[in-house]
Design a protein around this ligand. Structure first.
Ligand code: ARG
Ligand code: ASP
Length: 724
């Protein structure tokens, strides 16, 4: 090849590569800062809206259609009658709550055919964001550089209380102030919370959880992960406790649904409440996460899952009792495995170390060493110094404090000591607790978790009573737990209720301390509260201060870099485009899946891959109504939006502000995005809005719900009878 030809080839390759490379935009951005930081880029990517269309405090804007769903997921308003769309796995706890062996909504699904049939969910709430304010100056007023972390925290707490108090005075709003960039900035979120939220519809798990834990965190995906709720207000439109007199909420905004479908390159935006990310962790922290914390947690959860697998396979009752718990444990177990792989593939520790070296050099030049000089050295010292403590901290939290019996003990302890907690309160808790509890399974879990704790944790963090008891039982965990459970009154509902009948509230605490299971919990709680937590808090406070300084330094050093704050449960916007990805050398994934794939995966002998008869029938008849495309039924699609846990249920919004899908997951190869984002690999997974409507309309026959919505079709006009 001559030089000219090779130059031409190079140019060609460059063009091809630049076309291929992703337009993913890293970051979860604050809605009220979009006009400065993001609006132009979003419009360059195809968005037809302005920043003001997304977030405005005077006119209605997209934000008025977005809710925090119960504080752990996101939901969106999709009708003028308070209809809310979220994921099946977000409504899962509620769907399960209304389920029993006889009336199994998990398996059969649920569709309210009238408002009267909608189901009340005690404790569930949704919150709107009324406005967001930068309150950094007020919060940090009086904070001085030399101040101790403790004094700083106290001062900030007092300021926070005063500012939020003032902001909500005379209103029914609530307000929260949260730190950003490790306490370099503070923003206040004024919220409006509704507590009458009813279950309207849920597909059977064979649709809403199709593919189960096998497909979880995976692409290609075929899960119809959605459910429907309705928010009710008092007759005056304001939040009100559940009442038959309440009326469906008239939202300030709701999202129209676009049936036009998605094509690669289409602009997408995800608007919701991402929970936690740690993008600015140092190399030491990433090293600790990948080599210690994640392996420990993965291992503990593996043990739990094995026990639950067996318990659930052998009993329908246990299958329902543990459905939600199992999904919760399996979810992050799998995520951490993917996260570790991704961080390794990205050489995350090395990349971080290089950044730190550059920072260190900058920090120790130009007269900056007084302020930033020792930051990197201190990080190394702190992270290396507390290995045993960290192991104890992670193990006690993951293995012991998460045991059901620990949660029950904690609540009983509270009942014994808290004047305001009544007999009815504790009984309501007990009712709900034992509904999802099986004593034999809990005993096995306890034995296995005690063994894990023993294995992982050094002597100074082992409760003495635990050591003594274990010795007494010849180091045999089954013997030990058999003893604990036999002698205890809290391991079974009737026993516990009889115990509470017999003992006055005043005496409950004293009596319970003689209960071996309860008192073992208390010994662990003591170790955690008195031995582990205080030391952990000391190192954490040092780390907080260091990260705050590091962050301030980074922003000073990289003046032109556009920073975004870590996710912290506050409302954010992520944006990118519809696109597939290349998960491995020689493999290319499309951006969408269809009903064909569901039929390919069908396996009547595997509960995760059962296809409901009605769905098969619709497939065979190709009865897709206005929701299909070219004779196919789209199911899920991928896009390059930076999302995390909490973003589940978030709307995926098109260039003109219409709903095209709901976010529910990320693809396996990109699960490290909480720590390090990779535009080539990180994809969020969504259910196509057309599949959702198809299931509601054709599968469930709940066309009355579609009629509430506002449909557009950028592809072809929607037939008038689409919801018949
Ligand atoms: N991985 C998704 C998220 O983090 C969905 C989890 C629910 N599904 C399940 N099979 N556990 O929440
Ligand atoms: N499935 C997650 C959620 O429940 C979303 C994610 O982690 O990508 O919020």
């Amino acid at each position: 090849m001559n030089r000219l030809a090779s130059k031409g080839l190079l140019l060609f390759l460059l063009i091809v590569l630049s076309f291929q490379s992703s337009h993913a935009v890293e970051g979860m951005w604050l809605p009220h800062l979009l006009s400065n930081l993001n609006e132009k880029e979003m419009q360059d990517l195809g968005m037809k809206l302005t920043a003001k269309d997304i977030y405005d405090i005077n006119e209605s804007s997209l934000k008025d259609a977005i809710v925090s769903f119960g504080g752990f997921c996101t939901g969106e308003l999709i009708s003028p009658e308070g209809l809310i769309l979220t994921n099946h796995h977000c409504g899962y706890g509620q769907i399960q709550y209304h389920s029993s062996v006889e009336n199994d909504l998990l398996t059969d699904g649920f569709w309210a055919m009238s408002r009267e049939e909608e189901l009340h969910n005690p404790g569930l709430f949704v919150s709107f964001i009324v406005r967001i304010e930068d309150v950094t100056d007020q919060v940090l007023e009086g904070v001085t550089p030399g101040m101790s972390e403790e004094d700083r925290a106290t001062l900030i707490k007092d300021k926070t209380r005063a500012i939020t108090g003032q902001a909500t005075e005379g209103t029914h709003y609530e307000a929260r102030i949260k730190p950003f960039y490790y306490g370099n900035e503070y923003y206040m979120f004024v919220t409006e919370t509704y507590r009458d939220v009813r279950l309207v519809g849920a597909p059977p798990s064979s649709i809403g959880k199709f593919g189960g834990d096998t497909d979880n965190w995976m692409w290609p995906r075929h899960t119809g992960d959605f459910s429907l709720f309705r928010v009710y207000s008092g007759p005056d439109g304001k939040p009100a406790e559940y009442s038959e007199d309440n009326i469906p909420l008239k939202p300030r905004h709701f999202l129209p649904v676009n049936l036009g479908g998605v094509e690669p390159g289409d602009f997408t935006m995800v608007f919701g409440f991402p929970g936690t990310t740690e993008q600015y962790l140092t190399s030491h922290a990433v090293e600790q996460l990948t080599s210690e914390i994640n392996p420990t947690r993965i291992n503990i959860r593996q043990v739990k899952l094995d026990i639950l697998d067996e318990a659930m396979a052998n009993s329908d009752e246990n299958r329902i009792k543990y459905a939600s718990k199992y999904a919760g444990i399996a979810n992050y177990w799998k995520k951490w495995i993917g996260e570790n792989k991704g961080l390794e593939r990205l050489n995350a520790t090395r990349k971080k170390r290089e950044e730190e070296e550059a920072f260190d050099e900058w920090a120790n030049s130009g007269g900056r060493s007084g302020k930033y000089g020792n930051v990197i050295t201190r990080f190394a010292e702190i992270y290396d110094g507390e290995n045993e403590l960290n192991m104890a901290y992670n193990t006690i939290r993951e293995a012991i404090l998460r045991l059901d019996i620990a949660a029950l003990s904690r609540r009983l302890d509270q009942y014994a000591s808290d004047e305001s907690m009544s007999r009815e309160d504790i009984e309501a808790y007990i009712d709900r607790f034992y509904k999802d509890y099986d004593v034999a399974t809990e005993q096995k879990l306890t034995a296995a978790m005690l063994a894990k704790y023993r294995e992982n944790v050094v002597g100074q963090f082992q409760p003495t009573t635990f050591t003594e008891l274990l010795n007494e039982k010849d180091g045999d965990y089954e013997k030990l737990t058999a003893y604990l459970f036999n002698e205890s009154v809290i391991d079974e509902k009737e026993e516990l209720l009889a115990f509470l009948d017999k003992n006055k509230k005043k005496r409950v605490g004293k009596k319970l301390r003689k209960d071996p299971l309860f008192s073992l919990y208390r010994d662990f709680a003591y170790i955690y509260n008195e031995k582990i937590q205080p030391r952990k808090r000391t190192t954490d406070a040092e780390l907080d201060e260091l990260y705050r300084t590091y962050m301030a330094g980074l922003r000073e050093m990289q003046e032109d870099r556009r920073f975004y704050p870590d996710a912290n449960g506050t409302l954010r916007v992520a944006y990118g485009q519809v696109e597939g990805y290349e998960p491995a050398d020689g493999v290319e994934y499309l951006h969408y899946t269809t009903l064909e794939g569901i039929m390919d995966k069908e396996d009547p002998d595997n509960a995760e891959f059962v296809v409901p008869a009605k769905l098969r029938e619709l497939y065979l008849k190709k009865e897709y109504g206005p929701y299909g495309q070219d004779g196919m039924m789209p199911v899920c699609f991928t896009a390059s939006n930076h999302t995390t846990g909490g973003n589940s249920g978030s709307p995926v919004i098109d260039a003109e502000g219409r709903l095209i899908g709901i976010n529910f997951d990320r693809a396996w190869q990109g699960t490290m995005s909480d720590i390090m984002f990779d535009p080539e690999m990180c994809r969020n997974i969504s259910v196509d809005a057309r599949y959702i409507l198809f299931i509601i309309d054709k599968f469930a026959g709940a066309g009355h719900l579609i009629k509430e919505m506002s449909l557009v079709n950028t592809g072809s006009p929607v037939p008038a009878d689409s919801a018949e």
